[in-house]
Design a protein. Structure first.
Length: 366
């Protein structure tokens, strides 16, 4: 057995709440936190597996409470609020998101799609609001949201689930920026294919050649070890897959649809970038807009990397900017920030997809 993780209980203790903590990755989180000395509240829909996991974690000498609850119930959040009223919750893990209904969108049942949205979006937002407010008042804590590679690219019969996971990632980035000044860490942990009981019941073949399969215990340890390295971490060696999925496809040349020889026409890509004078694409498929929209307190365009050499340094606008920077001027009454240093990943598995968020936060702290 591996050594227990050294998790800062003064920052994230004394209680940890895990939504979806009965089996798979949730049970692995519970075991790791129990070994680290955290008391736990485990929330899950199935009472049997929930009690089995709780009994196993209690062997580590910690207190474990359980709440058998379907998060889709109308009063689910109120039940959790009541159950945690007397607890000092310093860590919240939302591991309950799942694709409970996969179907072609236009022929599917809207109620089934609403269930996916309610679980992956509404309950996640409501519980993050509940525990995030408490942690902000305490001046410490951590929130971990479990994401998926499905949120980086649309796919058939998973349109709503994929969109909900994309929402989760962007939501985590924003929450990370808002709560970091108050000592609260936020991390979106992106999972790939993971050997969980749910996937096994679904009949997924883990022995497909070339498939990268993660174990729940490894994923849980990785997430807890990098809780302070938000806002996003791609787990299980899937970093390159996330880059590939999030990149814009190359523009294909050929006759427009409906014109010319149909045999030579290239299919249109699902995403197209218009207005080359206002938009430009940066590495890893990130689309930047040169406007004065603000991120935090910084002008968004001031965080962009320098333009290409096509624009001469003698361009009047660039000359005015350089003069304003040198003279301590600013924009809209705000001082010019220094251009951010691009932070390279520490390894192939580590990703901080929005480096401008880090720069904005650093500027606010200064």
């Amino acid at each position: 057995m591996t050594e227990p993780l050294q998790i800062d209980s003064a920052r994230y203790g004394k209680w940890a709440v895990i939504a979806g903590g009965s089996e798979g990755v949730g049970a692995a989180f519970a075991d790791e936190l129990g070994r680290a000395g955290f008391d736990l509240l485990l929330i899950a829909r199935k009472p049997g597996p929930l009690e089995d996991t709780a009994a196993a974690v209690r062997r580590h000498g910690v207190e474990v409470r359980t709440l058998a609850l379907d998060l889709l119930d109308d009063d689910a959040v109120e039940q959790i609020r009541t159950a945690t009223a007397d607890l000092e919750v310093g860590l919240f893990i939302f591991n309950a998101g799942a694709n409970s209904y996969g179907h072609e969108f236009v022929t599917g049942d809207l109620d089934g799609f609403r269930g996916v949205i309610d679980l992956n979006v509404h309950r996640q937002v409501e519980l993050a609001h509940l525990f995030g407010a408490r942690m902000k008042d305490m001046g410490r804590g951590g929130i971990m949201l479990l994401g998926s590679l499905a949120g980086y690219m649309g796919s058939e019969h998973q349109s709503i689930y994929a969109a909900s996971k994309a929402f989760s990632r962007v939501f985590a980035e924003s929450l990370w920026l808002e709560l970091a000044p108050y000592g609260v860490d936020v991390l979106e942990l992106i999972l790939g294919v993971t050997r969980t009981p749910a996937m096994q019941r679904a009949g997924l073949n883990f022995d497909v050649p070339g498939m990268l399969v993660s174990e729940p215990e490894d994923v849980a340890r990785e997430g807890l070890a990098h809780l302070a390295d938000g806002p996003v971490r791609v787990a299980g060696g899937n970093y390159k897959a996330a880059i590939k999925r999030s990149g814009f496809p190359p523009r294909r040349h050929g006759p427009r649809r409906g014109r010319g020889d149909a045999r030579t026409a290239q299919p249109l890509t699902p995403v197209r970038v218009f207005g080359s004078s206002r938009y430009r694409k940066r590495a890893r498929g990130v689309l930047w807009k040169t406007s004065t929209t603000y991120v935090g307190r910084l002008p968004f365009w001031s965080l962009l990397p320098p333009r290409s050499s096509r624009i001469s340094a003698a361009t009047p606008r660039r000359a005015r900017i350089a003069e304003a920077r040198a003279g301590g001027g600013g924009c809209h009454g705000k001082p010019w920030p220094q251009r951010p240093v691009v932070r390279e990943p520490e390894s192939d598995d580590y990703v901080r997809p929005a480096s401008y968020l880090t720069s904005a936060l650093d500027h606010r702290r200064r």
